[in-house]
Design a protein around this ligand. Structure first.
Ligand code: CP
Length: 303
């Protein structure tokens, strides 16, 4: 699988640190935009998104341009996938045009891993089904580090639809590797007890008020309605039991930060009051998507 970046589970701590440290060089640091470095001039980044995306796709595209690379974006709806072409044939076709890397999002868990075994072009996983979203966890870690200065020893509570969340899985792997204490909270139908076995020391808590007590980081997740046949609760009931409101923030550490990978559903998993508050890092996360993805692309593209 060569230089492909498929998941956080496969990365060691040193490899993650190299990406997070390199991303700092690309941050705006009060300037008007991200650094333009042209370390990847002449290279071609193909963004192949078979599932919808705003943040990930656009930030990979900006990241590639800031590195001086050329880009090509394709989506399922605008490609021959819509005419019945298989994923393997589509990716073989793209690979035959000799791109330097294929950044890929797909609804099937494991799709990028399968293709990385069969293609000579390196693959970056931009989210596969309910499995992993490694660059989201990397940008989340960069955001926590920017604000808290460390990961080790922090209490991070991840709340919502854990079962279907590739963001949760990648974050659990990353945070556990760095010695953060991870607690998961959500309705039992979206948080089976077995999920505690994903990494050592992961706690499960079904009561939201107990979960957020003393938290340094509260990470909210969207209910992935596109992956659920029958939602366990209506939006109003969900918000009552698992929606983040100011009363929960008040139970956390006084310096708590609130995160959400987006897209967010206001009034279902988070109140507007909290999403737009000083505690909210939601747009900081989006901003860090570009420098972190620049660091990821450099890792894959430069020998
Ligand atoms: N967080 C995230 O992956 O957002 P998009 O689906 O908009 O890329």
């Amino acid at each position: 699988m060569g230089r492909s970046l498929l998941g956080i589970e496969d990365l060691d701590r040193a490899g993650i640190e190299r990406i997070l440290d390199r991303a700092v060089a690309f941050q705006p640091h009060g300037g008007p935009t991200f650094a333009k470095v042209n370390t990847c001039t002449g290279m071609m980044v193909v963004n192949a998104f078979f599932e919808n995306s705003t943040r990930t796709r656009s930030s990979f595209e900006i990241a590639a341009h800031r590195l001086g690379a050329d880009t090509l974006s394709i989506t399922a709806a605008g490609s021959s996938v819509a005419k019945g072409e298989s994923l393997v044939d589509t990716l073989n076709t793209l690979s035959a045009m000799r791109p330097s890397v294929i950044v890929m999002r797909h609804q099937a868990s494991g799709a990028p891993h399968f293709l990385a075994r069969h293609l000579s072009t390196p693959i970056v996983n931009a989210g596969d089904g309910t499995h992993e979203h490694p660059t989201q966890a990397l940008l989340d870690a960069r955001t926590i580090l920017d604000r808290c200065g460390r990961l080790e020893g922090l209490r991070v509570v991840i709340i919502g639809d854990i079962l279907h969340s590739r963001v949760a899985r990648s974050n659990i792997f990353l945070l556990s590797k760095f010695g953060a204490s991870v607690a998961l909270c959500g309705p039992p139908a979206l948080l089976p007890r077995e999920m505690a076995a994903m990494a050592a020391g992961v706690e499960i808590e079904y009561d939201m008020r107990r979960a957020v007590r003393g938290a340094d980081v509260i990470m909210m997740l969207r209910v992935q309605l596109e992956r659920i046949h029958e939602p366990p609760m209506q939006a109003g009931e969900y918000f009552r039991f698992y929606g983040l409101r100011q009363e929960h923030v008040d139970l956390a550490h006084p310096d708590v930060i609130v995160m959400h990978p987006g897209p967010l559903n206001r009034g279902r998993e988070i109140s507007s009051e909290v999403a737009d508050s000083q505690r909210s890092m939601i747009l900081n996360q989006v901003e860090n998507g570009v420098p972190v993805r620049m660091a990821v692309l450099e890792r894959v593209l430069l020998p």
